[in-house]
Design a protein around this ligand. Structure first.
Ligand code: ADP
Length: 360
């Protein structure tokens, strides 16, 4: 399959500081790719290089099989949507969408058809003659999105387009954006620092840290198999246990964690016995019970704190030596258990060994 876009060993340096460091990334047709990472990790620079707004210092950028590394933005077939999503205020919805097509010199009946098709796609057909001020926030966002899709770009670039919205509209738009992307079959390159947003929409999440790709994969795979502490912490909440490799049990890894043993899932590159290692375990993978659970790992504990969250409770427990674990528990069960000694347990499958000492 021809790749829609490709970064080949791309580096960008600003005044001696490396913003993007030997980045290799491919975008497949119809793929929703998200660049995720903390502020300053190089996400926007990466996106802007594909848009042609920045030129790499090293490496090549390919678009539709063509080397566009030095091709200016107006001569590559990509479009970009920024955070403010601004529509032209003096034009109605139809004129807003038609604008880019007129610039391209498209015939007026073809423009009319394209505008109609796009409005139908987002169920805004009856709103063609409305002015932007006569639309809700969500409707404005949908119009801005189809306006950017109108000229049929090879990739649509979206730089934190939802970050200015309130939480409710933001959630709605995440679902909407993903649905529009699926229905149009277009490739999207989306930038965000919000892990939940990335998990909701992406086919591929590229986790960036200090200009480099830390790990990439499908949302569920990244969530279940973080390879570094940085990824384990950045995507979802995680307990990180610092231990030492004690040996193996079949394919599984056995570690010493303080005075106790932990059995963890087999991993590709197990460190040797005696080596320091960290184990990542998700709070929702830990059970809380009155009696000892029959799980690979089970420890006595006491509840330190319980925070009611509606659908669940966040419970912080202390093991006998004072080590602390965060647990996501069923809201009612956690209430019952709040005042007495408890057991915590988790399966080896849910305990992931991370290479210790990896930079985070
Ligand atoms: P992100 O989008 O992940 O927040 P950016 O790609 O915007 O990160 O920035 C990456 C790094 O490059 C940061 O350290 C930032 O300060 C720097 N940087 C970005 N753009 C410029 C620029 N035009 N001039 C100088 N430094 C820049």
């Amino acid at each position: 399959m021809t790749k829609v876009a490709e970064f080949i060993d791309v580096t960008k340096i600003y005044g001696g500081a490396t913003a993007v460091d030997r980045l290799n990334l491919s975008i497949e047709p119809g793929q929703f790719v998200t660049l995720l990472g903390p502020s300053g990790c190089g996400k926007s620079t990466t996106l802007r290089m594909l848009g042609g707004f920045e030129i790499p210092d090293h490496g090549r950028i390919m678009l539709g099989g063509r080397d566009v590394t030095r091709v200016p933005p107006n001569r590559r077939n990509v479009n970009i949507v920024f955070q403010d999503y601004a529509l032209f205020p003096h034009m109605n919805v139809r004129q807003n969408i038609a604008f880019g097509l007129e610039l391209k010199g498209m015939a007026s009946d073809a423009i009319e058809r394209r505008v109609r098709e796009l409005l139908d796609l987002v169920e805004l057909g009856p709103f063609a003659e409305r002015m932007p001020t006569e639309l809700s926030g969500g409707q404005r966002q949908r119009v801005a999105l189809i306006r950017a899709l109108a000229p049929d770009p090879e990739v649509l670039l979206l730089d934190e387009p939802l970050s200015a919205l309130d939480a409710k509209l933001r959630h709605q738009m995440q679902v909407e954006l993903k649905s529009i992307q699926k229905r149009t079959g277009k490739s999207f390159l989306f930038v965000t620092h919000d892990q939940e947003e990335a998990l909701t929409m992406s086919d591929l999440i590229v986790v960036m840290n200090k200009g480099r790709i830390e790990q990439m994969g499908a949302p569920e795979a990244l969530y279940r198999n973080p390879e570094t502490r940085f990824v384990a912490n950045f995507i979802g909440d995680t307990n990180i246990l610092s231990g030492r490799i004690a040996g193996t049990d079949g394919a599984r890894i056995v570690l010493d964690w303080g005075p106790r043993r932990v059995v963890a899932r087999a991993c590709a590159t197990p460190a040797g016995a005696g080596k320091a290692a960290e184990i990542a375990i998700r709070p929702e993978a830990i059970t809380l019970s009155a009696a000892a659970p029959s799980l690979d790992n089970a420890y006595r504990a006491t509840v330190r704190e319980r925070i009611f969250k509606g659908s669940h409770s966040l419970v912080s427990v202390a093991l006998e030596d004072g080590a602390v674990l965060d647990v996501v528990a069923d809201a009612s069960g956690a209430t019952e258990l709040a005042n007495g000694p408890v057991w915590v347990g988790f399966s080896a499958e849910d305990a992931v060994v991370l290479p210790a000492g990896a930079p985070s």
